[in-house]
Design a protein around this ligand. Structure first.
Ligand SMILES: [Mn+2]
Length: 310
């Protein structure tokens, strides 16, 4: 995709966007791309936009940038890891002169002037690292580290079934480029005492339906009693991942900011993104999310998932 590099060359100012509630792949691809551009192109202004994730920005990744509307109006926008425009963090992306979409989610909206979507790839960070690896540009140790963290995040530390041999080959390539493995993992997987208590609470209170679906619901007061914020509370769905006999596991976490119950669905073998899409959400075949307006709506989602099991 030389045209992506050509577009970067063409613009003095580039604004990089990703999705709301950014996870390690959203941030890894965003800051990896920003670092790559700064390392390889002269005199570019590059901005990573959107809200900070307080558990990742400032430690694992830098803090986000702030710009006024005029800057975006004269910029190229590159939107990463986001299937549909309503999920883009900072709706001012549409002020930009041109938009490039780079993503690995199943296609919902092709909103870019250029769309690079590879749904068979484990992470957007992978797609970018691969693009650069196959070019004449250089990939610094810092950019490699950000992309590596993105891949680690979306493969669950090389555990999920999107972990192919090409993923290990890319990890090997990035490590050769100077990824600091210990530092990457330490920041990403450290857990505060309070967060550990929340995990204990989840393990004490989750429910099982029909011996095959496990779920938990966290109201605001459930996580705030441990002094944990919504973004952090939302990260624990895989606490239920390895329970024997459980095929689908679900976390439901209420956010006062959005007014929604954020439903995260994970599955071993059973496709669940069709259920998510039918209920207004989306995502990957075995990892999807939906925003639900009420507990009654959450129950409908659970009923629809159970219907896939029996
Ligand atoms: Mn991703």
């Amino acid at each position: 995709m030389n045209e992506i590099f050509n577009k970067i060359e063409e613009y003095d100012s580039i604004c990089i966007f990703t999705h709301q509630f950014p996870d390690p792949d959203a941030l890894g691809s965003q800051f990896g791309l920003k670092q790559f551009i700064l390392d390889n192109f002269n005199n570019k202004k590059v901005y990573a936009l959107g809200k900070n994730n307080d558990s990742l920005n400032g430690t694992t990744f830098p803090r986000k940038d702030k710009v006024n509307d005029e800057v975006i109006q004269s910029s190229l926008a590159i939107v990463l890891d986001t299937a549909n425009t309503s999920r883009i963090d900072d709706e001012r992306y549409n002020l930009a002169r041109e938009i490039i979409k780079i993503d690995h989610h199943p296609i919902v909206e092709q909103y870019g002037n250029i769309n690079l979507v590879e749904v068979d790839k484990c992470a957007t960070s992978f797609i970018l690292a691969n693009l650069i690896k196959n070019s004449t540009y250089t990939l610094s140790s810092i950019a490699s580290t950000y992309f590596f963290i993105g891949i680690v995040g979306d493969t669950g530390r090389f555990l999920h079934n999107n972990t192919t041999s090409e993923v290990f080959a890319m990890a090997s390539y990035l490590l050769d480029n100077g990824v600091d493995l210990t530092k990457s993992y330490e920041n990403l997987y450290k857990r505060s005492v309070n967060d550990t208590k929340l995990v204990g609470y989840i393990l004490q209170n989750y429910q099982i339906i029909g011996n095959r679906l496990a779920y938990y619901i966290l109201e605001k007061e459930d996580y705030e009693q441990f002094d944990i914020c919504f973004e952090k509370a939302k990260e624990h769905v895989n606490v239920l991942a390895d329970i024997e006999g459980i095929d689908i596991w679900v976390s439901v976490v209420y956010s006062e900011d959005t007014g929604f119950y954020h439903v995260s669905i994970r599955s071993k073998h059973i496709q669940i993104n069709d259920v998510a899409q039918a209920m207004g959400g989306g995502g990957h075949k075995f990892a999807s999310g939906i925003k639900a307006t009420s507990l009654a709506r959450v129950q409908t989602i659970l009923d629809n998932l159970v219907a896939k099991l029996f």
